[in-house]
Structure formats: structure tokens, C-alpha cells
Design a protein around this ligand. Structure first.
Ligand SMILES: *Cc1c(COP(=O)(O)O)cnc(C)c1O
Length: 403
């Protein structure tokens, strides 16, 4: 039989063509994103396009990414075990380096167990997909990280987003679906704003309403709380109040990867059902070895948090004197709210001509009209670095700039 060759009445629309149109539209709106290639990194300095720039955009808050002990741990483990893990955790990719890192992370965060994921993005997708079934309720802060929102969508959950940090609104959303199993998920420290979620209120609310609380502490771990154990510890909360903690190894810990920590029952369940854990290659054992070294340094070397706090304080003091549009943040994320996307881009370029790198964050990453310069500080920054940033910002006369 010869297959019928029907002639379509209307030509099928093309996928790649539409993508190209969308890309062109974004360029037209001057909102396209550009890759920057870094040719060298050293402390707070990066080299790009042959220019040496003082960077205020890395999430390496404790300055561990280039620590000689981490590098040595990575090299040592690579010599012993090679580069790749070889397979997924549940096949034969789960190495002793992973197991001891999980134990160290659980102990640090005061939880029964921890489970490694290859990235934070995958950890959040995996948790949501394992816990939530179709049409079950997922309540989230409007400013949560994109991957928490994506996770709820992937699970097919009913996603309700409450106004930023508004626990009363979250309560109303939970009450409006009182019969459904419910997860409330929030960033601990908000990645584009730097402020901290009202964790105590949210924990109380979840206890009242029988919902499960999940905190993504990507920007809190290492930075907040005793020994840097994170925003949950700082808020005086425990595993009972916040049963699900997710955090990454790629920010203050200076490595890459992520983990979920909680009860043994949670971890056993994720091991069985979190697809982004099961169907992916385990992180390189050498990376796990480096991360374990980072955990030890992050816990022990309080001076890193103190130095970071000093840089934050110096920056905020100087920026206030200059009348710069600071946001209410006490963390390493210190954005300047500039409003207009083009203006934010111009400020970023203005800094670059003075040898400083800070990135303009524009819609759709942040809401329309809330473009900003996302400045991040680190234990790598000396007073003179912060002062240099302040001088450059002063020269751009931001305080008087039109918004
Ligand atoms: C960076 C980040 C993630 C994603 O982590 P990766 O390991 O980079 O995939 C998740 N949540 C928050 C709040 C983040 O800032």
C-alpha cells in the first residue's frame, strides 16, 4: 500500500520560525540577553573582552569558589575516582563522596537526612513532582525563583501566587482550597530583591492550615544563621516547622549542585519518586569532595560572614548618603531599583566603562517597571572595592536620573 499523500489545505506553522520571530521581538524591545565570556577570574576580579573588571555580580558570597583547599580536594578526588560519576545514583553513580557530603549537609542544617541533586533547578522540579499530584494546591510567593514556579506547573498542581511576603494572603489562598493537600513554597532569601521571607509567620500558618512548608535557601545557606546554616536556622525554626529545605552548592559554597534536606521519610520518598534525581547522571564525585570541603570552611570560618556583613554595611551606608535607590535588604544581594530597563542597562554599561561589572536585571526576570542593577557583595570585597563601586555610582548621578 502506498501511503496517501494528502496535501494540507493550510501549511503547518513552523516552530523554529516562531522562535526566531520571538527572538527578534525581544531584540526590538531591547530586552535581549547577551552572553559574556569570562577569560580569567581571580578573587573579585574577572577578565572579559580583554578588560579587567571588578565584579559585583557573583553569588560566591563567601569567596570559596577559588579557595585552594577546595581546588585541592577536587584534584585529589579526581585523581582517585576520575571525572564523571559514570551513571545515575541508583545505577552505580552513587559514590562514597556523595554519601559523606549528604551526611555533612544533613548535620549542618540540623536534619535527619539530605539528598544531592545535580542542580537546584532539578531539585525543585523533583520535589514538587514527587509530592504534588494533579490539581493539588501549591501556594507560592510571587517573587519565588523561576524553578519553583516551573516545578508546580510540571506537577500539574493548582498554583496560587500570593503578593510578595504577604502571609495573610497566603493564608487566604490555603483556606480557599481547604480540602486539598497543600505545599507552600518560598525562597528563604529572594534572589532578585535580597530580602528574607517571613518564615516564622509562614511556618505558623502552615501548622494551622495543615500545609507543608518548603524553603528554597539558595541565597541563605552559608550566609545567614549560626555557622551559616541558613535562613531557617536564623529564624529559630527546625525541621518540624519547615519539613523541606532545599539549597544549592553553587552559591555561597562556591561549587555546583544542590540538595534537599529533611526527614528520612522525605528523603526515601524522593529517592523513589523524584524523576530529576532518578533519571540523571550523579554529580562528579570530585565535585562532592570539593563541596564537603566548602561546607567545613563555611561552618568554621565565621570571619567570612563578618567580612561580608561589613561590606554590606559599608555599601548601604555609602549608598544611603548618595541617595541611591536601595532596596530593603540586609543580605549579600543589594539591588538598586532603577525602574526603566533601558536606564538599568545604561547604568550597567556606565559602570563597565569604569572597570566595574554589575548586571542589569530586566523583565521578564523582574516585573515590568522594576528593572534594577543587581549588586552582590562577597567576602572577597575589600573596603576599597566597595568604595570604588560607590564612587562610580556617584559619578553616574543615579539619584537624579529619570526613572
Ligand atoms: C540559583 C537558584 C536556584 C537554582 O539553582 P541551580 O543550582 O543554579 O540550578 C534555585 N532557587 C534559587 C532561589 C536560586 O537562586
Amino acid at each position: 500500500m502506498v501511503a496517501a499523500k494528502a496535501v494540507a489545505a493550510v501549511p503547518r506553522p513552523d516552530l523554529l520560525e516562531r522562535l526566531a520571530v520571538q527572538t527578534a521581538e525581544r531584540a526590538q524591545a531591547q530586552l535581549q540577553r547577551h552572553l559574556r565570556t569570562i577569560t580569567h577570574a581571580e578573587g573579585p576580579w574577572v577578565e572579559s573582552n580583554g578588560q579587567r573588571l571588578l565584579a559585583f555580580c557573583s553569588n560566591d558570597y563567601l569567596g570559596l569558589a577559588q579557595h585552594p583547599q577546595l581546588i585541592a580536594a577536587l584534584k585529589h578526588a579526581a585523581d582517585a575516582h576520575g571525572v564523571g560519576s559514570g551513571s545515575a545514583h541508583l545505577i552505580c553513580g552513587h559514590h562514597r563522596e556523595h554519601a559523606v557530603l549528604e551526611e555533612a549537609l544533613a548535620e549542618w542544617t540540623g536534619r535527619e537526612r539530605a539528598l544531592l541533586f545535580s542542580t537546584g533547578y532539578m531539585a525543585n522540579l523533583g520535589v514538587m513532582q514527587a509530592l504534588l499530584q494533579r490539581d493539588e494546591l501549591c501556594v507560592q510567593d510571587k517573587l519565588n525563583h523561576a524553578c519553583l514556579l516551573d516545578g508546580a506547573q510540571l506537577a500539574g498542581a493548582t498554583l496560587k501566587r500570593y503578593p510578595h511576603a504577604d502571609a495573610d494572603a497566603a493564608r487566604r489562598q490555603l483556606r480557599s482550597h481547604a480540602e486539598s493537600r497543600a505545599l507552600l513554597a518560598t525562597d528563604g532569601v529572594f534572589s532578585m530583591d535580597g530580602d528574607i521571607a517571613p518564615l516564622r509567620e509562614l511556618a505558623e500558618l502552615c501548622a494551622d492550615e495543615g500545609a507543608t512548608l518548603m524553603v528554597d535557601d539558595a541565597h541563605g545557606l552559608g550566609v545567614l544563621g549560626s555557622e551559616g546554616a541558613g535562613s531557617i536556622t536564623e529564624a529559630g525554626l527546625s525541621e518540624r516547622d519547615v519539613p523541606i529545605l532545599m539549597a544549592t552548592l553553587g552559591k555561597a559554597l562556591g561549587c555546583s549542585g544542590a540538595f534537599v534536606a529533611g526527614s528520612a521519610a522525605l528523603i526515601d520518598g524522593l529517592t523513589q519518586f523524584a524523576r530529576t534525581y532518578i533519571y540523571t547522571t550523579a554529580m562528579p564525585p570530585a565535585l562532592a569532595a570539593a563541596a564537603r570541603c566548602a561546607v567545613a570552611l563555611a561552618r568554621r570560618e565565621n570571619w567570612r560572614r563578618e567580612k561580608l556583613a561589613h561590606a554590606i554595611q559599608r555599601f548601604r551606608h555609602g549608598a544611603t548618603q548618595l541617595g541611591l535607590p536601595l532596596m530593603p535588604s540586609r543580605t549579600a544581594i543589594q539591588p538598586l531599583l532603577l525602574g526603566d530597563a533601558q536606564h538599568a542597562l545604561e547604568v550597567s554599561r556606565g559602570l563597565e566603562t569604569q572597570g566595574l561589572l554589575a548586571i542589569a536585571i530586566r523583565p521578564p526576570t523582574v516585573p515590568q517597571g522594576q528593572a534594577r542593577l543587581r549588586i552582590t557583595l562577597s567576602a572577597l570585597h575589600e573596603e576599597e572595592h566597595v568604595d570604588r563601586l560607590l564612587q562610580a555610582l556617584a559619578s553616574l548621578q543615579l539619584a537624579q536620573a529619570p526613572v
